[in-house]
Design a protein around this ligand. Structure first.
Ligand SMILES: C[S@@+](CC[C@H](N)C(=O)[O-])C[C@H]1O[C@@H](n2cnc3c(N)ncnc32)[C@H](O)[C@@H]1O
Length: 267
């Protein structure tokens, strides 16, 4: 998914030592505990064997799945290992460490064998242009790759950003700056069907889930400012980042950028 903060971090500074996102977010996506429970229940009921989480981050959904179904082995892959320590700690606490494998690398370079289930949330850029390229999201490439990854009958949870309502220039500006960056929910459902999936259940994140998610992203600035003296030389830069993030959301894409979660079966 292409939240404003994904871009601002890449485009501004990497030298400021912010608290990890998992300090203030359960998932790196607008997702409540209740909705996560439903997505996990769908996967746990249908998946057997190996479930792959592509772009897993700190793999919280995968951990919940391993806890829900003892017959499942989880493989989480991410370009960055920044969330892996947190994931490993969580796996030990839940007694699922022996069924979790974490791989740091580009999903496209990993030799992916047929899986019996998959999770792909906010990670379609693996198969399309990166957020910084400011190009339309390639949902079709992601759905086709996921279909190739899983065997027939396997469940897939696919979550991705969509337009929730017609985008305005102010909403698009801090994102990709274009009105065609995302599609609408009906088009996404049609694409999933054309890509070889049966759509079992459609979820759309609520505004409350978005507000929690954006607050969690902004919290890294808030924590930093609260934990550093006012004369720290980086204060002005962090204040500017916090202000830009807040304006992007509250004056821009709040209520306009949406997030869909599709529970799919490979057919
Ligand atoms: C928005 S985050 C979502 C994380 C996680 N799925 C969740 O819901 O909490 C997208 C993740 O995809 C990862 N990612 C992006 N491109 C990737 C690639 N080519 N291979 C592996 N991971 C990638 C990023 O590092 C990031 O952790």
């Amino acid at each position: 998914m292409t939240a404003m903060s994904d871009r601002s971090e890449a485009e501004t500074t990497m030298t400021i030592d912010f608290a990890p996102l998992h300090r203030s977010l359960l998932f790196n996506t607008p997702l409540s505990g209740e909705r996560a429970h439903e997505l996990v229940a769908f996967l746990a009921k249908t998946a057997r064997g190996t479930v792959i989480d592509v772009g897993c981050g700190w793999a919280e959904l995968l951990l919940r799945l391993l806890e829900a179904n003892e017959a499942i082995h989880g493989v989480g892959i991410d370009l960055s290992a920044a969330g892996f320590d947190h994931a490993r700690q969580g796996s030990k606490g839940r007694q699922v460490a022996d069924r979790l494998q974490l791989i740091c690398g580009d999903v496209k370079d990993c030799l992916l064998v047929a899986a019996q289930g998959a999770i792909c949330i906010g990670a379609s850029q693996i198969w399309g242009p990166p957020p910084q390229a400011r190009l339309p999201m390639d949902y079709a490439a992601a759905l086709a790759a996921l279909r190739r990854l899983v065997s027939r009958g396997a469940p897939v949870v696919y979550g991705e950003a969509i337009w929730s309502t017609s985008p305005t220039e102010a909403a698009a500006a801090p994102l990709g700056g274009r009105l065609d960056e995302f599609i609408f929910l009906p088009e996404l459902i049609e694409l999933a069907t054309k890509s070889g999936f049966a759509v079992v259940r459609v979820h759309k994140a609520t505004l409350a889930e978005w507000d929690d998610f954006e607050s969690g992203h902004m919290a890294k600035y808030t924590y930093w400012l609260a934990e550093h003296p006012p004369d720290d030389p980086q204060v002005a830069e962090v204040q500017a980042l916090a202000q830009a993030q807040s304006a992007a959301y509250y004056r821009g894409y709040r209520g306009i950028l949406g997030m869909a979660y599709l529970s799919l079966l490979a057919v």
